[in-house]
Design a protein. Structure first.
Length: 245
């Protein structure tokens, strides 16, 4: 009985976020837009460089779509419930608050990622292009890092406009200025370069592809980003459990 009740609540959360024709449009678009992998791979001797470019957010349509879908869910669905106070109707459901958080997190953030991952891996399999799975890992870590920032911001401020502005500003600063700092760190061999890998590792991936030289501290940046993402997730969980409405 409890399993059936939990499933009904999960189904309600899912249907609220993925009403028709959301999935019918998103999943085929993600799959077809991976054509950029083939397009950039066909750059002659620049195969690895082209693959890196194909996985850079904003260039990759499927990555951008997954990020935007999760952002929509966090700010304009879950966040909207918090801003308007309608979240209380969910909190009063016969389910533990921690389970409600995980249901919401799964529908808001994990599902868009799974849509991206499944369509990307399917395209890689069908195309036969040897895409390094490290590129998938880099996006995965960056995706959860940025989405967890947005989630924590949404749980901290009860205003959709403020959350949207703050989220865009924080992520923009991290990605843009992180890229600038990374480029500066590479050409000057500056000690700030390892720090910049946390916010924008793609500059270093492009450098590796062009120079055929490995950046020794790139993995450290990826691991650090993953650790910060776990911390952000944990803080969000605690804030949700203690949320007062």
């Amino acid at each position: 009985m409890m399993r059936s009740r939990s499933f009904q609540i999960f189904r309600l959360i899912f249907k609220e976020r993925y009403r028709q024709p959301t999935l019918e449009l998103v999943i085929p678009t993600m799959l077809v837009s991976n054509v950029f992998i083939t397009a950039f791979y066909a750059r002659g001797v620049f195969n690895i460089y082209g693959l890196v470019l194909a996985f850079v957010p904003l260039i990759s349509v499927s990555e951008t779509l997954a990020f935007a879908l999760a952002l929509r869910n966090i700010i304009f669905v879950t966040g909207d419930h918090i801003y308007r106070g309608s979240i209380i109707s969910f909190l009063m459901m016969p389910i533990k608050r921690i389970n409600l958080f995980f249901f919401t997190y799964f529908c808001d953030i994990i599902l868009p990622y799974l849509y991206w991952l499944s369509t990307t891996e399917l395209y890689i399999f069908l195309s036969g292009i040897p895409v390094p799975q490290y590129l998938v890992l880099v996006y995965t870590v960056g995706y959860y890092f940025t989405e967890n920032i947005i989630l924590l911001t949404a749980l901290s401020f009860r205003s959709g406009g403020i959350v949207t502005l703050l989220s865009g500003t924080i992520i923009g600063i991290l990605f843009i200025f992180g890229g600038i700092a990374g480029y500066y760190g590479i050409i000057t061999n500056s000690p700030i370069a390892p720090i910049a890998t946390i916010s924008n590792p793609y500059v270093f991936l492009i450098y590796e592809a062009i120079s055929q030289k490995q950046v020794a501290y790139l993995n450290v940046g990826i691991y650090s980003e993953a650790l910060i993402s776990v911390v952000l997730f944990s803080v969000s969980l605690l804030k949700f459990k203690k949320m007062e409405v």
